[in-house]
Ligand binder design. Sequence first.
Ligand SMILES: O=C(O)CCC(=O)C(=O)O
Length: 275
Amino acid sequence: MLRLDRRAIANVCGRTGNSIRNERTMTSLKDTIRQTGRSPIFRVSWSEAKLAELRREGARKIQLAVTQRQAQFDLHLSWAKLLDLITDPVIISHHADVFAEDSFQLIETRLYPKPPQKGTEWHIDVNQLLYYKPSLLDSASDDFHSVTTWLALADVPAEMGPLQFIHYKHVDVRRLVRMKRNQPIRYREECGLEAERLHDHVETLPMKAGEFCMFDPRNLHTGAANCSNDIRLGLVLRYCASHVRVNPRFSKTGSLEILHIRNGKVSSRVGNSRS
Ligand SMILES: O=C(O)CCC(=O)C(=O)O
């Protein structure tokens, strides 16, 4: 059942037109992500004032998401301005570059407000590896078809719990995935130990409001501890290529609602309820 209101769809459809190809850079983002584990840091086209308006408008949703994990997921389906942000032409054009086509899918969003003193454990995005087919675990080539995109909704300096990662080439990803399935507690410990062992390879990504980075879901990654007295505001976006099939079990809400994006516009939505 379509939950986007008309205004949300009009906002998305009216904006980006067919200019996507012209906006692309000549650099291969795919190669950059392959080599470094991530894209450069980009910035959406929104002004700081417009981002502040989004934060004000969403204050209650943000507050709820601080205390209720379930309230963090897929807010773009009921929050027009958030959908507007995550289909910003800059985001769309860089993902189109990565997937090498103007057609791709938005699978999930997670608003991630991190309270003071809280951190995230080191992990890999195992569900993205298990529930997306073809799986990046099986990929014989060094190719990839899905990225995790992390966007700062407000400034996230080093002390506020920015994203950190270690390129997956240093890690035995298959072993960690097996462990997550069979020994989840050991998996968590092992991810932490791997991060300690590989501390020289940790890259930390402080960002200004509106900046975002796309990275390979196989990377070992975390959000550092938020050592400030303010809530850290991050947004995790999961985009993948149009040929990827996503198992409904991927959904954290019980109802997978995939947005198909074509030529910069949300062209359709496919619901796939689990219940
Ligand atoms: O935002 C963070 O602190 C970490 C987010 C993350 O790694 C994830 O959701 O997979």
